[in-house]
Ligand binder design. Structure first.
Ligand code: CIR
Length: 253
């Protein structure tokens, strides 16, 4: 059960955020509105939401998920691969120091983005991607091991991050794009391949029995409802323009 979430208000500089999406220019006012709606959805899942102020120095800093990994036993500050994102960690770390006595760090030459880490109970699947390297993944697995948790790696070739293409919608069920639907690492799960090529819907968040999903994907919505999920849809079109999904906009703990 999660009780809190950390989010970070986007700054106007978000329009200069990293992207390969080709979905057009971000509408900042619309992004702010969508951020408020995202916070309201988190609150409707009974989370207390801690909102960090915008930081114009870091265009991608609204994507807080990438800079830390929160477990029940420790917090791990990541080392984002993108040089423009490295400095995002310090503000998040100082907030986390209020809640965690054990804070670990990924260090050079390791790189790791939180978007590449999918937790299922006490196991963490770590995507090896353009952002997360083997050194970063191995450091994380060592840290997890010290706290009685485990991790393993999964290659990421088509998406920005592992969770762009696969997320956990119940303890035994994953929602996945074609890249992950048949991967041997996930053979023990029931895998729902996203229907109708709605790949943009694979990044969902399960919070306290509810599933938050991006708006505009009717077939995946129906798939989740058929699985018995209580679905909350959120429009995050302005964040999708920056390759961002639902999970990356918060840290839940
Ligand atoms: C980036 O490229 O780093 C940002 N524009 C998007 C990060 C999205 N984060 C995520 O999926 N966890």
């Amino acid at each position: 059960m999660f009780t809190k979430a950390i989010v970070r208000t986007p700054g106007r500089s978000m329009v200069f955020g990293l992207t390969n999406a080709n979905l057009g220019t971000v509408d900042y006012e619309k992004a702010l509105l969508q951020h408020r709606q995202y916070i309201a959805a988190l609150k409707s899942c009974e989370l207390e939401v801690l909102v960090l102020e915008a930081d114009e120095t870091y265009p991608d800093s609204t994507f807080v998920e990438d800079v830390a990994l929160l477990t029940t036993r420790c917090a791990i500050i990541t080392r984002p691969a993108a040089p423009s994102r490295r400095g995002e960690t310090s503000r998040v770390q100082s907030l986390l120091e209020r809640f965690y006595t054990c804070i670990e760090k990924i260090t050079s030459p390791g790189t790791l983005d939180g978007g590449d880490v999918m937790q299922v109970c006490e196991h963490f699947y770590i995507g090896i991607s353009a952002r997360t390297n083997l050194a970063g993944a191995n450091q994380l697995i060592t840290i997890l091991g010290r706290y009685g948790m485990t991790g393993s790696t999964v290659p990421v070739t088509e998406c920005l991050h592992l969770k762009t293409g696969v997320t956990c919608v119940s303890e035994k069920t994953l929602l996945a794009t074609d890249e992950y639907a048949l991967r041997p690492e996930f053979a023990a799960f029931k895998v729902l391949p996203v229907a109708g090529g709605e790949n943009g819907a694979a990044n969902c968040i399960r919070i306290n029995g509810k599933v938050l999903m991006p708006a505009g994907f009717p077939q995946v919505r129906q798939q989740l409802i058929d699985e018995g999920a209580q679905v909350i849809e959120i429009d995050i079109s302005e964040y999708a323009k920056l390759d961002g999904g639902l999970t990356c906009l918060s840290l839940r703990f």
